[in-house]
Ligand binder design. Structure first.
Ligand code: MN
Length: 151
């Protein structure tokens, strides 16, 4: 089931975060968004529309605008497409409590996708051009660590 872990971690009857309406996937003008998330540790959440959901990674440091900087990106649960427009405050005591702001957004082109590598061309306001996500071998299974960088 799509978004299983998203539902599992939240009580969506309470006001706040978007309630998903599951739709079929698009093939053109996929959206991406990077949230700046002032949780217990400030981080950025990179989200790419893939097959009707937002595949998501938590990036502990600011995503790079230039080549030669590689950022760790930890894959987290898929989020609903509606989350791309979300900004606001996740209440105290809830999963991911803290302020969420859109740091960058736009569309992207999927250039290549395998199990361990995603190559994209971003058309955002801050991030533009070719970027790569590569799964690393760190940690135990399932491998959730990726590297995110501009090429
Ligand atoms: Mn987050």
């Amino acid at each position: 089931m799509k978004l299983k872990n998203y539902f599992k971690k939240r009580d969506l009857k309470k006001p706040g975060e978007p309630k998903p309406v599951l739709k079929k996937s698009k093939t053109k003008n996929q959206i991406f968004v990077i949230h700046k998330h002032y949780a217990s540790h400030l981080h950025y959440d990179l989200r790419l529309e893939i097959n009707g959901v937002l595949k998501s990674w938590a990036v502990p440091k600011q995503p790079p605008r230039t080549k030669s900087i590689k950022r760790l990106a930890i894959q987290v649960e898929d989020h609903p497409l509606e989350y791309a427009k979300f900004q606001g405050e996740i209440p105290e005591g809830m999963y991911g409590a803290g302020k969420v702001k859109i740091w960058d957004s736009g569309t992207y082109e999927l250039l290549e996708k395998t199990k361990d590598k995603i190559e994209i061309k971003l058309n955002g306001k801050k991030l533009k051009g070719k970027y790569v996500l590569i799964r690393t071998n760190y940690g135990s299974k399932p491998k959730k660590s990726w590297l995110f960088f501009k090429v």
